[in-house]
Design a protein around this ligand. Structure first.
Ligand SMILES: [Zn+2]
Length: 423
């Protein structure tokens, strides 16, 4: 297989071993687990298979996997620390997101003081108390997560994590119908976050319309929703940004944004449950904003929040002359892909939909999606595609990307981004 150019573990320090019995197999697994940090690729487990085809046939195959192969999962790198507090923030769609504030702890070479919690129901399921000792692990390289509390270490009199009774952002009511709680005002509660999101590179791409200017435009009353961005005059943009030069640049970008494909405009609406890839799927499926609006509940069952709530904003967008159609796939030229103008660097082994992709295939995919493949991470790099390190050690490219603030995507997330270009 190696002669045919196929990479196997045989050439890596982990090796490719034949074990005589389970005891020997376990010893191998322990040895591989011990060298995890030194391996050239991140691993999260070891696969054990029967080596003899006659034995494989005798073991047979179940409905979902063969009985002669099993993956032994290695434990995630985790540390214990103390849950000091839980803070709640309102995201761009009005969802209340809890964040754990932790006593600083080092995981995988970085200091962690915050970790993601999922939702109120999840906090209750884990029975988290303030002051609890909790195990924290890194999901991928970047966002740490709280795994579980250690009840035996709970201080006496510890209180369960309090849940908010009012929206932490606007003080309004909370819609608790789903596991993820939401401010009843929805996107209106989180207008600054929504406008900043809409201005992002993948959406309207208004480079330079950052937090401060968005705040100024909302403060002045000039922006009450996404569509208002398109009514802004150069004068108003100059006032908000404090510079005539910036005002002109922002106005030019807003004009250009009117011609963006429907998927990006749709994504900028910030409909709950529609990120970039969902927006692309919806835009491709329906083709026009009109068709999206006329889609019945069955067609849209996965997409909450489309309908009456967004209708006025969509009307305003149309009135402002914003493009409401998605180009046909056949007319998508090389320079109109999701990676247009972007330099993408790939490192490590691909997984998920890209599992079978080697470097050549990845480079072809990047170019098909309108981007350019780069070999090293530098200031020109837009995206680094890297599998999450399971060894606990991020790759040198991942470290460089973090230093430069380069977006890092898992192979799965990248596959989502270039979904249109995957055959
Ligand atoms: Zn609110």
């Amino acid at each position: 297989m190696a002669e045919a150019g196929i990479q196997t573990t045989a050439a890596s320090p982990a090796g490719l071993h034949v074990a005589a019995d389970l005891q020997e197999a376990q010893a191998r697994i322990d040895a591989i687990a011990a060298m995890r940090a030194e391996l050239p690729v991140g691993i999260d487990g070891v696969v054990v298979k029967l080596n003899d085809t006659a034995e494989q046939q005798a073991a047979g195959t179940g409905t979902r996997f063969p009985h002669w192969a099993i993956a032994v999962k290695l434990p995630a790198v985790e540390r214990q620390t103390v849950l000091e507090n839980v803070v709640w923030e309102v995201g761009r769609t009005g969802v209340l997101a809890p964040t754990a504030i932790l006593t600083a702890v080092e995981i995988d070479g970085s200091t962690v003081t915050r970790a993601t919690l999922h939702n109120p129901a999840d906090i209750r399921r884990r029975d988290l108390h303030l002051g609890d000792t909790v195990t924290v692990y890194k999901a991928g390289d970047i966002i740490p997560r709280v795994q579980a509390a250690v009840p035996s270490l709970r201080p006496s009199g510890a209180q369960v994590v309090p849940l908010p009774e009012a929206c932490p952002n606007c003080g309004g009511q909370i819609n608790k119908a789903q596991e993820r709680w939401r401010c009843t005002k929805g996107t209106a509660c989180a207008l600054p976050a929504l406008i900043e999101y809409a201005a992002g590179r993948e959406m309207l791409d208004i480079d330079g319309l950052g937090k401060t200017y968005v705040a100024a435009l909302i403060e002045s009353g000039d922006v009450t929703d996404v569509a208002d961005l398109f009514t802004l005059t150069t004068e108003k943009l100059t006032a908000a940004s404090g510079s005539a030069k910036r005002g002109v640049k922002l106005a030019d970008q807003l004009t250009a944004a009117k011609s963006h494909p429907l998927s990006r405009v749709f994504c900028a609406l910030g409909v709950l449950g529609t990120g970039r890839s969902m927006s692309r799927r919806i835009a491709r499926h329906f083709g026009t904003m009109e068709a999206i609006r006329q889609a019945d509940a069955a067609a849209m069952q996965e997409v909450e929040g489309i309908g009456p709530e967004k209708a006025p904003v969509i009307d305003k967008l149309i009135a402002a002359g914003v493009n409401m159609t998605e180009p046909e796939e056949s007319s998508v030229t090389q320079d109109a892909g999701p990676l247009t103008g972007k330099v993408v660097v790939v490192t490590g082994k691909m997984s998920g939909p890209l599992e079978a992709y080697g470097r050549t295939e990845m480079n072809a995919l990047i170019e098909k999606a309108g981007g350019r493949a780069g070999s090293s991470v530098n200031s020109k790099t837009s995206i680094l595609v890297a599998a999450p390190s399971t060894s606990g050690k991020p790759s040198s490219k991942a470290v460089k990307a973090a230093e430069l603030g380069v977006e890092v995507l898992t192979p799965e997330a990248f596959a989502d981004l270039v979904a249109t270009s995957l055959s």
